[in-house]
Design a protein around this ligand. Structure first.
Ligand code: SAH
Length: 515
């Protein structure tokens, strides 16, 4: 055995119940160092992004009991990769040792002499209960909880489950893999003495933004599930503790829970807004309508940068303007010190934050976060004869250069970046629009609306957005929406993403869910 081979190790990592943020730090650490990742159907695929680009990714999922690769084969694969000296992550939904066949995989590794580690995960029963607002144990209600497989695949007489003991007392029972066998499991509990009125909750896709909860009692939950066409994967929680959900449900009771919201920002910026919306319970679907690229012609910007010390003011109106300006400044071999004699104006707190990241504290942040706000602030001081540099997008409005020039300033406004149309809209977004399942679409600049109209065509824009609530970041964007035939229902009092999300939440908290 070579030195390289002897380094092989397999980490059985619990991916957690669904929400990818519920994995452990140790789990992420293992993924970051993996050479091979063997992952399951229930392990959130977003976690694969933590593995290095070059890592081999092998899907070994089992969907609804259909084994894509049987367990023997998975065991052999793990042993083989370990023998090859690889650092292998076996990523499994929930916890590896709770109905995860992790024990079998470890036995195979142990028999083959391959080192392994087990990284626990939040098991579905625990995760789904927490996100459904159901404490699995609670003083004065119950002192025990049992995790039980709902899918034994055996006849009643030869069941390994001790139904009698499971049914007596008031211990909470959590069934895994028990949606298809729900009726017979509930019947077994009742036949062995559990009160038919015992509350029951089915939690599907627990901890995910798509979480669905159905409640009832032992005697009626199977009918309810049938009526609702309730599908796996779900856990079934049986016990008096389920009642606490009425007071403790915190996750799926948020005003934006289950609302599908389209985010039309550029791909590299959509994430921040999606995260804000998801934090409020919404399902954000990214639908970038903008791609930011360098200007075709940089000579005007470069000329301004080479003489940047001669300007009295640098005005930056967006994070994109900030990043593209500094990128070009750095490319010219300069840094923030070149701006030592120049004052800096930022439009909006996000822009100010982006400037601060380059070590500069803006001298002026107008209280009104738009071009008119800049004009108003400069109107309060004498800027006649002052030199102002305003790097901007190719399609920016002319308000700042025109109005400041009227006040006697010399304004240079070189193009620092261009907004172009992406090649296509993401299929997930188009599909949601076509299915009419989108609740709200957000526009955070005029270009986001104009580009969507350009990609769909004006008529189709109005048609596809019928019934979709339009949320716009501010009056300029709202005007563009109206010019394109859209009715704007949400506009926050201040033009920030946080305020926009809060305004969307206010709007929907007054609207009952129809679906
Ligand atoms: N090792 C996993 C369980 C795998 S068995 C764990 O510890 O969670 C698969 C079963 O887990 C499914 O049939 C379902 O009952 C349950 N399950 C997994 N993810 C779930 C989720 N997000 N919500 C509800 N149940 C889930």
């Amino acid at each position: 055995m070579t030195a390289q081979q002897s380094k092989g190790i397999v980490y059985l990592v619990g991916a957690g119940p669904g929400d990818p943020r519920l994995i452990t730090l140790r789990g992420i650490e293992c993924l970051c160092n993996a050479e091979v990742v063997v992952y399951d159907y229930l392990a959130n695929e977003q976690l694969l992004a933590y593995a290095p680009d070059g890592a081999e990714r092998i899907y070994a999922g089992k969907i609804g009991g259909r084994h894509n690769q049987d367990q023997e084969e998975i065991n052999r694969l793990l042993v083989q990769k370990g023998r090859e000296g690889k650092r292998v992550v076996r990523l499994k939904g929930g916890d590896p040792f709770v109905f995860g066949r992790g024990g079998e995989e470890c036995l195979a590794l142990s028999a083959a002499g391959i080192p392994f580690e087990v990284v626990p995960g939040v098991t579905a029963g625990v995760g789904a209960a927490a996100y459904a607002g159901i404490p699995l144990t609670h003083r004065a209600i119950t002192t025990s909880v049992a995790f039980v497989t709902g899918q034994e695949g055996k006849g009643k007489d030869e069941s390994d489950i001790d139904w009698e003991r499971l049914s007596i007392g008031n211990g909470t029972v959590v069934f895994y893999m028990g949606v298809r066998t729900l009726r017979q499991n509930m019947a077994s509990l009742m036949a062995n003495g559990r009160n038919p009125n015992t509350p029951v909750a089915l939690v599907r896709w627990g901890t995910m933004l798509s979480q669905q909860v159905l409640t009832g009692c032992l005697s009626d939950i199977a009918d309810r599930a049938e009526q609702a066409d309730f599908k796996p994967p779900a856990v079934t929680i049986v016990g008096e503790v389920v009642k606490l959900r009425e007071s403790l449900c915190w996750f799926d009771s948020r005003p934006l829970f289950g609302r599908k919201i389209l985010v039309t920002r550029a791909a590299d910026q959509a994430g921040e807004f999606s995260a804000i919306l998801a934090g409020r319970g919404a399902m954000a679907i990214e639908c970038p309508t903008i791609r930011l690229v360098e200007p075709e012609e940089c000579s005007a910007l470069d000329a301004a940068i080479s003489a940047v010390g001669e300007y009295d003011w640098l005005v930056l109106t967006s994070g994109n303007a900030v990043r593209s300006f500094f990128q070009r400044l750095h490319a010219a071999g300069q840094d923030a010190r070149a701006l030592a004699s120049c004052r800096v104006c930022a439009v909006g707190p996000k822009t100010a934050e982006a400037i601060s990241a380059f070590g500069i504290r803006p001298d002026l942040v107008p209280p009104d976060y738009k071009a008119e706000g800049v004009v108003a602030e400069f109107g309060k001081q004498d800027i006649a004869g002052k030199r102002i540099l305003f790097p901007r997008a190719d399609r920016a409005r002319e308000v700042i250069p025109c109005e400041l020039a009227k006040m006697g300033a010399h304004v240079d406004s070189p193009v620092a970046y261009r907004n172009v149309l992406p090649d296509k809209l993401p299929p997930e977004a188009l599909h949601a629009l076509e299915k009419r399942s989108v609740d709200c679409i957000t526009f955070t600049s005029s270009s986001t609306v104009q580009n969507l109209a350009a990609m769909l065509g004006d008529d189709l824009l109005v048609d596809m957005l019928k019934g979709v609530v339009v949320a716009s970041i501010g009056p300029v964007t709202s005007n563009t929406c109206r010019e394109l035939g859209l009715k704007v229902e949400i506009e926050p009092p201040r033009f920030t993403l946080q305020e926009l999300a809060a305004a969307i939440e206010r709007y929907f908290s007054q609207k009952p869910k129809t679906s």
